[in-house]
Design a protein around this ligand. Structure first.
Ligand code: PGA
Length: 255
């Protein structure tokens, strides 16, 4: 049975003390809300990771993730953080390929393939983001874009390694805009992603992969989105910054 996940992406928000309070609230509230094959992941800025991992230690269903990582193991890369450093403070997940990293920091599929390798090598799980822009959707290129983002950055992996990845479909036009993909639009792409994975790695691998939806997901629309056959939870930006909203989305996994 594939894992259901609600992951929060705090982006560049929250001071150290604000982050600690938010995470403590989430930990407290989440305790009674998650079941067996479910996980909550909080992807916070680097400065929070050590403290949050220590707080999450007791929980086997709440995990801490980073929002990016460098592809090299160590060296003269001023300002960067390696996978080994993340592992050393108990981080378990890393968001890779977020559209903001692609757009503002020039990350392309070739670079992301290296980041995926470095991440898996250190036993961290990538939450690998893919998604089309509005222009790409309007010109009917969305399936091709999704396919190339997926294939160019992850299809070099063995089936065993690929199985450790979480995919997040995040249409760029829905991120932070308040415009959500309809549940039909999201399901259509999720089914397409699963089909592409099945063609490459077989049905068993495809059926086991967790595919999250991201883009203006909130407590009101999460129910309909998560009810879709191929949507296994969400990657939540804005709504992960308020503990109540985030937990209300986590609760949807059980409804
Ligand atoms: P949003 O962000 O929920 O604020 O749209 C989602 C994301 O960027 O992961």
């Amino acid at each position: 049975m594939r894992k259901k996940i609600v992951a929060g992406n705090w982006k560049m928000n929250k001071s150290y003390s604000e982050g600690l309070s938010l995470f403590s609230e989430v930990l407290n509230m989440v305790k009674d809300e998650i079941r067996g094959e479910q996980a909550v992941v909080v992807c916070a800025p680097y400065i929070h990771l050590n403290a949050l991992s220590a707080l999450a230690k007791e929980s086997n269903q709440v995990f801490v993730g980073a929002q990016n990582v460098h592809q090299e193991a160590s060296g003269a890369y001023t300002g960067e953080i390696s996978t080994e450093m993340l592992s050393s403070v108990g981080v378990e997940y890393v968001i890779l390929g977020h559209s903001e990293r692609r757009q503002y920091f020039g990350e392309d599929n070739a670079l992301l393939a290296k980041k995926v390798d470095a991440t898996l090598k250190n036993n961290l799980k990538p939450i690998f983001c893919i998604g089309e822009t509005l222009g790409e959707r309007e010109s009917g290129q969305h399936f091709n874009i999704i396919k190339s983002q997926l294939a160019e950055a992850t299809f070099h992996l063995s089936a065993e390694d690929f199985s450790k990845i979480v995919i997040a479909y995040e249409p760029v036009w829905a991120i932070g805009t308040g415009v959500t993909a309809s549940s039909e639009q999201a399901q259509e792409i999720h089914a397409f992603i699963r089909k592409e994975i099945a063609a490459k790695y077989g049905t068993e691998v495809a059926e086991d992969i967790t595919i999250l939806y991201g883009g203006s997901c909130n407590p009101k629309n999460a129910g309909e989105l998560f009810a879709q056959k191929d949507i296994d939870g969400g990657l939540i930006g804005g709504a992960s910054l308020k503990s109540r909203d985030f937990i209300d989305i986590v609760k949807v996994l059980n409804s």
